[in-house]
Every structure is written in C-alpha cells, then in structure tokens.
Design a protein around this ligand. Structure first.
Ligand SMILES: Nc1nc2c(ncn2[C@@H]2O[C@H](COP(=O)(O)OP(=O)(O)OP(=O)(O)O)[C@@H](O)[C@H]2O)c(=O)[nH]1
Length: 295
C-alpha cells in the first residue's frame, strides 16, 4: 500500500461561458483528449472528469457546460451540473475568452456565495490579442470580482499553461488519492463513444440540429475481430429526421464514417457503427426524457 501521508489532492472546476475554451483547456492540461470540443457553443453537456496523477498528487479537473440562462429542460440540467461542480471544487478557474469577455451576472452571483475556495481568473485565447489588450480585459473583469490570482493562457497553443498548472499544484492541499493513479476519467467507454458521435454531429450539422439531438448507445458488443456498436440519434422533431439522414442517406453515412474513424482511434480496434435516427418529440423539454438520456 502506498504511503498517503504526504499526499495532496483536490478538485478543480473549469467554469465559463459557452465557447470560452473550457474543454480545450482541460484536454491540454491533461495532455489527453477527454472532453469533446467544437467551434460551436454549448458542446459540453455533462460534467466531464479528467484526472491528473503524480506520485504524491492527484488533481481532478471538472469540465462543465457553458454558463447560460437556461430556457429548456436540457439546459436546466446542464446548469445544475455547473452548480454541482462549483460546490465540489476546491479551486475554480473562471475561463474567459478575451475576445468575448462580457461575464453573465449569473456567474458572479454563483461565486459570491462561496467560501474557502480559491477562484482564479483565466483569460484565454491570448493568441488572438496583444498583451496590452489582454491586460485591459482582465482589469475590467477584476473590477467586478476579487480573484485570488490571474493567469493568462492560450489553451490552443499552450502559452501560460505551465504556469497555470504550477499555480494549481501549489494550491492543492493534503488529501488522499480519490481515484486509481492510472485512471484518466471515470466515464465508461460507451459514454466517450456517444460523445464522439455527438462531436461529429456538432461539426457536420448546422443551426438547431446539434442542439436538438442526443446520442443513445443501445448496444455495445465487444467482439474478437471488431466491436459492434448500435446507437440512436435522438431528435426533437419529425422534420429533423430527414435533415439528419440527408438525400439518399448521404449525410448520415458521412456522419457514420467520420465518427467511426475517431472511435476506432480511441478504442484502438475496428468497429462497426450502426446509426439509427429516432424521433422523441420535444425530448429536450421533457424532464424525464432528459434524465433518461443521462443528463
Ligand atoms: N484562438 C484560440 N482558440 C481557442 C482557444 N481555446 C479554445 N479555442 C477554440 O474555441 C472553440 C471552443 O472551444 P471549447 O474548448 O469547445 O470551448 P468550451 O468552453 O468547452 O465550449 P462549450 O462546451 O460550448 O461550453 C474551439 O473552436 C477551440 O478551438 C485559444 O486559446 N485560442
């Protein structure tokens, strides 16, 4: 049994508006792609855990959905996830895109009731502006809230990440490892597979389609030669079915091909991906459907 006397551990929540770069940041800090990322806002729907372990240290990062004023049930569930993460966390990183830095009042309200937590301001995407501009943005935000520290980063090109990681490590206090050291995340493989299909869907389709769909893995058979995966793409309205499938099935075939390629890399094995479109009228608005699909 490992000696845990000098061990330190803690939870770090990554919070911010949609598209601020939260998932990109977590993946970069971990050196592994755990959370899906796209150029579209509201890609992340669940709390995604990413675990960083060293001999005497464990940091559990919590990637969260972007903070918005929720207008339907799915978004309400997403905001509850953010709330849980901020409650669980020892350290909170507020990630702000320096080119879109208006902070919703909801975020400051969330922070004002918290005690005994370190809250860091992390201005992100500094590769897009000058150093001076980034400083002005940070100053403006700091007028509204008293942060424990400010760390400028570019999650995309890696600038500032070492310093951010060092600062996080310096603030992690003593505690036991919560997860086995070789573990990178806690969700099962089928969760990541569903997320990868959803990521491709966000990349391929436009307007309401990505936001109206969810992926439900109905069968996952591990076989010697290849894994057989059957997944439903659940849509919110009948009219969306045709758009998803496309003329002569072209669009869904493309989706299947792209998703298969990334999943095969992830599981390091050939797969057969069977996609079906299912209509569940207004599932996003229905609390029991939203729960049923794992949100
Ligand atoms: N130029 C630049 N782009 C970035 C940076 N960090 C993230 N991005 C881009 O910003 C977009 C959104 O990134 P995500 O990591 O998906 O953002 P998120 O905050 O997790 O988004 P949601 O899941 O919608 O809440 C992607 O296109 C990223 O490539 C950065 O440091 N510089």
């Amino acid at each position: 049994m490992e000696n845990t006397e000098n061990h330190r551990s803690g939870y770090v929540a990554i919070i911010g508006k949609p598209n601020a770069g939260k998932s990109t940041l977590m993946n970069r800090l971990l050196g592994n792609k755990i959370s899906i990322t796209t150029h579209k806002p509201q890609t992340t729907r669940h709390q995604i855990i990413g675990i960083h372990s060293e001999d005497e240290l464990q940091i559990i990062f919590l990637d969260t959905p972007g903070v918005i004023d929720p207008s339907y049930e799915l978004q309400k569930a997403m905001m509850k996830t953010v709330d849980r993460a901020r409650t669980d966390a020892d350290i909170i990183l507020l990630i702000v895109d320096v080119t879109d830095y208006e902070i919703p009042g909801r975020i400051f309200k969330m922070f004002s009731s918290m005690k005994n937590k370190q809250i860091f301001l992390v201005p992100n995407k500094i590769d897009k502006v000058s150093e001076q501009e980034a400083k002005v943005v940070a100053e403006e935000i700091r007028e509204k809230f008293d942060f424990d520290d400010t760390l400028f980063v570019s999650a995309l090109n890696g600038e500032g990440l070492q310093k951010l990681m060092d600062t996080i490590k310096a603030n992690i206090t003593s505690g036991p490892p919560f997860y086995p050291k070789e573990m990178l995340s806690e969700q099962p493989v089928r969760f990541f597979v569903a997320e990868m299909v959803r990521e491709q869907l966000f990349l391929q389709y436009h307007q309401e389609i990505p936001y109206s769909t969810t992926i439900n893995i109905v069968q996952y058979d591990e076989r010697d030669d290849l894994d057989y995966i059957s997944a439903d793409i659940v849509v919110n309205r009948e009219s969306q079915k045709g758009i998803l499938i496309g003329k002569g099935g072209k669009a869904i075939k493309q989706l299947g091909k792209n998703a298969r390629e990334v999943i095969e890399k992830f599981v390091d094995k050939k797969i057969y991906l069977d996609l079906h479109v299912k209509v569940r009228e207004k599932w996003r608005e229905n609390p029991s459907h939203v729960r049923h699909y794992g949100y």
